[in-house]
Design a protein around this ligand. Structure first.
Ligand code: G16
Length: 536
């Protein structure tokens, strides 16, 4: 007998489309929004099973983050605010893609396999970004939760990291923080104000920042947050209420195009930051007074700044034995890795793209700093390190203790990361130009290539080598060989967009651009490219 209520009615309302298989990718389900209603409905059912299985609250956020406005997506948040456990990704992919007449059977099989007690609570916390399609998908998700006889709490508009924070806070009975949106602002603002009071106002640091919220949720939530810190840090928030999400603005636009958002005119002596569509990434930039040009400080530069600060502050607090390690992906700029290893003397790790991989590795370190080059990252403190720091009465340890509270340890968080960067610039008494000059990025270029089926490309070695189609890696190696010893390039199928990504790094920007185009053309040839090849 089915344990679901009114399933047939809702299957009629949210029928599956045949032919389009949608996988749980780098960051949940992502696709054109009009293809996702039945997925959202089934995700609702699945979330209740997951909550019952874990005997804890589960989160489900509706967002496609950096993707264009017409896309949308749904991602789970596990009880401690972490990403959905790997082995359950394929289970939800199956449920999302079976024909309508097999939904019940698939759900009953999951219940039996995991011994899920359908009589217990199945509570799901729900949030969404500002996309026009989000309310409709949210309705489908809530319907799924109801069909599985679960309980939903709909928090409405939230940044993705806010929902991660709320889920963890609730599941730790408030130990991590108060499990509300206001609780989030309270926790971060208290930590920020206390820490900066201890640091004081250093002369080279100006507490004002221009923030581009990608025309999305980040701008709305930062406006609310700013009231909690008053004039201790002021913002000019760039947000066009009628503007298109992520269009010619936002962290991904800035990172990929290596330029400021179209609506911003850069001024010297001013710091700028861009969030992405759900405010889990941040990129800094400014106009350099010496060359009058745009300069970008991406996730790698943020990781270096954080690592340098932590290393120095831990030493000053007499915690020399606590190691800070850094987790990056293949996209990390070669110069950043050299700086981390050779100047900061830190251990670095390279893992596949996707916050879940970085988070997992960083969780094995005493202090794990992880940032993707695209500005997605955070800092994890092991329980033991956190306990030692919080117990110490050393003045620097007290600062570190507030610093820990400033970090959203559940996931990368643009608002929290911004407060971390601002605090460190103040603490080190440096300008953004000083920060930028810690090391020089190797010129690089990111491209996308459309192909008939991106899954024909498979990779190994943390995505740095391509396994299939056969012959592609050898052709990439041969091409890279013509660009000097510092050159490298790799390709990988995106987990969030229907494209293959191409990364190239070389001694000069001209070389990096040319290498990327050549490798994109190889992808076109070996993997059934769509559209036009690059003119060389
Ligand atoms: C998501 C993931 C990131 C990843 C990015 C791009 O970011 O959380 O870890 O770097 O997608 O992934 P891919 O290259 O596979 O498309 P976001 O900000 O879109 O959620």
């Amino acid at each position: 007998m089915s344990t679901l209520t009114n399933l047939e009615t809702f299957l009629e309302k949210y029928p599956a489309e045949s032919g389009t298989r949608i996988n749980y990718g780098t960051s949940g389900f992502r696709h054109k929004a009009d293809k996702l209603s039945h997925i959202a409905f089934r995700v609702g059912i699945f979330a209740v099973l997951r909550a019952r299985y874990k005997k804890a609250i589960i989160g489900a956020i509706i967002t496609a983050s950096h993707n264009p406005e017409e896309d949308n997506g749904i991602k789970f948040i596990d009880p401690m605010g972490e990403m959905l456990e790997d082995s359950w990704e394929s289970l939800v992919t199956d449920l999302a893609n079976v024909p309508d007449d097999q939904v019940d059977k698939t759900v009953q099989a999951l219940i039996a396999r995991f011994g899920i007690d359908m009589a217990t609570d199945g509570i799901v916390y729900v949030g969404r970004d500002t996309r026009k399609s989000s309310p409709t998908l949210c309705e489908a998700l809530l319907a799924g939760i109801k069909v599985a006889n679960g309980t939903s709490i709909d928090f409405g508009l939230l940044t993705t990291p806010q929902l991660h924070y709320i889920v963890r806070s609730k599941n730790t009975n408030g130990q991590y923080g108060e499990p509300t949106e206001d609780g989030y602002y309270q926790k971060l603002s208290n930590a920020f104000l206390r820490l900066n009071q201890l640091i004081g106002n250093n002369p080279n640091y100006k507490p004002h920042l221009v923030v581009d919220g990608a025309n999305g949720i980040g701008a709305l939530q930062l406006t609310k947050f700013s009231k909690f810190i008053g004039d201790k840090l002021t913002f000019e928030i760039v947000h066009e209420p009628q503007g298109i999400l992520n269009y010619q603005c936002g962290a991904d636009f800035v990172k990929v195009n290596q330029r400021e958002p179209k609506s911003i005119v850069l001024k010297v002596d001013q710091r700028y930051a861009s969030f992405d569509g759900d405010a889990d990434r941040i990129i800094y930039y400014y106009k350099n007074s010496k060359d009058d040009k745009f300069h970008m400080l991406d996730g790698d530069k943020i990781a270096v700044l954080v690592a340098k600060y932590l290393k120095e502050t831990l030493a000053a607090a007499a915690f020399d034995d606590i190691a800070v390690s850094i987790v990056q992906t293949a996209y990390a700029n070669g110069s950043s890795t050299i700086y981390m290893r050779e100047v900061l003397n830190m251990e670095t790790f390279c893992v596949p793209t996707g916050v879940k991989h970085l988070h997992h590795k960083a969780g094995q370190c005493q202090v794990g700093v992880y940032f993707e080059a695209n500005g997605h990252g955070t800092i994890l403190f092991s329980e033991d390190v956190e306990r030692r720091i919080k117990q110490s009465t050393n003045p620097k340890a007290i600062q570190l203790s507030h610093f820990i509270d400033l970090v959203n340890q559940t996931v990368g968080d643009a608002i929290s990361d911004m407060l971390v960067v601002e605090t460190i610039l103040n603490s080190l008494n440096i300008t953004i130009e000083d920060w930028d000059s810690l090391y020089n990025d190797l010129p690089n270029r990111l491209l996308k290539q459309e192909v008939v089926d991106r899954n024909v490309i498979t990779t190994t070695d943390a995505e740095r080598r391509c396994v299939l189609p056969s012959g592609l890696q050898a052709a990439i190696d041969e091409t890279v060989g013509h660009f000097g010893s510092k050159a490298r390039s790799f390709v990988r199928p995106s987990g969030t967009e229907d494209v293959v990504r191409i990364f190239a790094e070389a001694q000069s920007q001209t070389d990096a651009d040319l290498l990327a185009k050549k490798v994109a053309n190889l992808v076109f040839d070996f993997a059934n490219g769509v559209g036009q090849k690059h003119q060389l």
